[in-house]
Ligand binder design. Structure first.
Ligand SMILES: [Zn+2]
Length: 316
């Protein structure tokens, strides 16, 4: 089957109390690692592409890789989503490029301006049967060119549930990324973070059945941080979002959970390990291969944290 949008996935995830994993892709090995995991676990999937990924790999190569993944897995619903589009133009470009879902992140702008640009994107995307994720509130951390508030200020920039209700009504967006205490990147928190479940709860009461999205939701897995540091890396101690908190949010109105940092760390850890253990190795297949395998295992684990394993057929 062809690429799908996220409407059916979110509807089933909301009803079933699980969330869909949205994984960032930049190259063939990362994509294959993710695809191998979802094919084994029969999970619905969102592959997301950032502006940085478009620049790095070029859209035509990424599209080619994703088209093969879709053709080889006809029993799995796969959506292709733009992560953090910051202007109408980039969102329009992605709709024209065949994305089935786009994110407009105008969360840095004042409320009324965020509403205005989000509405424009919604109008264009819906005319082309593409769904739109928007964002309200500000996350912490840094991811590529998305710079958020400092970790001490995260709790001051949570999404206001009343504003979220107004925002969704005014824009007609299909899902909303909210700030509920998560943070982008590998250096999220010094101590274990507390997610604002009350914000999720309040928004879901105001907007029954409406899917919410959690960004900055990697767990910064200790296994990979330890491997990176053991094999010559120097990643400072930091905590991610605990997996039990992600599972809890997935049972609530959160229907999409974004994971990028954990993919990067899995790949990097394995490459470092091969380089240190086999310093004479110069065959890229011998270090990218184990990296791809580490991604497969990590994603399989995440699909169970989100509880979307085995849910592919009901989302078709
Ligand atoms: Zn994000």
């Amino acid at each position: 089957m062809a690429l799908v949008g996220t409407k059916k996935m979110f509807e089933m995830a909301y009803k079933g109390g699980y969330a869909i994993g949205a994984f960032n892709v930049n190259n063939m090995e990362i994509t294959q690692g993710i695809i191998n995991a979802i094919a084994e676990e029969k999970a619905p999937l969102i592959l997301q592409i950032s502006r940085g990924a478009r620049k790095y790999a070029s859209m035509s190569y990424l599209r080619g890789i994703i088209d093969v993944a879709v053709a080889e897995n006809p029993d799995i619903p796969i959506a292709m989503h733009l992560d953090h589009g910051d202007t109408f133009e980039i969102c329009k470009q992605c709709v024209d490029d065949g994305f089935t879902s786009v994110m407009i992140d105008a969360s840095k702008l004042p409320f009324d301006e965020n509403v205005k640009v989000t509405r424009e994107v919604v109008k264009y995307a819906h005319d082309h049967e593409v769904v739109v994720e928007a964002e309200l509130g500000q996350l912490g951390g840094i991811e590529e060119d998305v710079v958020g508030v400092s970790s001490d200020d995260i709790s001051k920039h949570l999404t206001d549930p009343a504003q979220a209700e107004e925002f969704v009504e005014k824009t007609g967006c299909d899902s909303l990324a909210i700030a509920c205490g998560t943070s982008h990147g590998a250096y999220k928190f010094k101590t274990e973070p507390k997610l604002a479940f009350d914000v999720i709860e309040d928004v879901s009461k105001r907007l029954p059945g409406f899917p919410l999205v959690m960004h900055g939701s990697s767990s910064v897995l200790k296994e990979f941080k330890d491997l990176i540091n053991k094999y010559g890396g120097d990643m400072p101690d930091a905590m991610g979002v605990p997996e039990d908190a992600i599972s809890r949010a997935a049972k609530m109105a959160v229907c999409k959970v974004n994971i990028d940092t954990d993919l990067r760390m899995a790949l990097t850890a394995k490459i470092r390990q091969v380089f240190v253990e086999s310093p004479a190795e110069f065959d890229p297949r011998k270090y990218l291969g184990p990296g791809r395998e580490a991604i497969r295992n990590m994603v399989k684990h995440k699909l169970h944290v989100l509880d979307c394993a085995g849910k592919a057929s009901e989302c078709l």
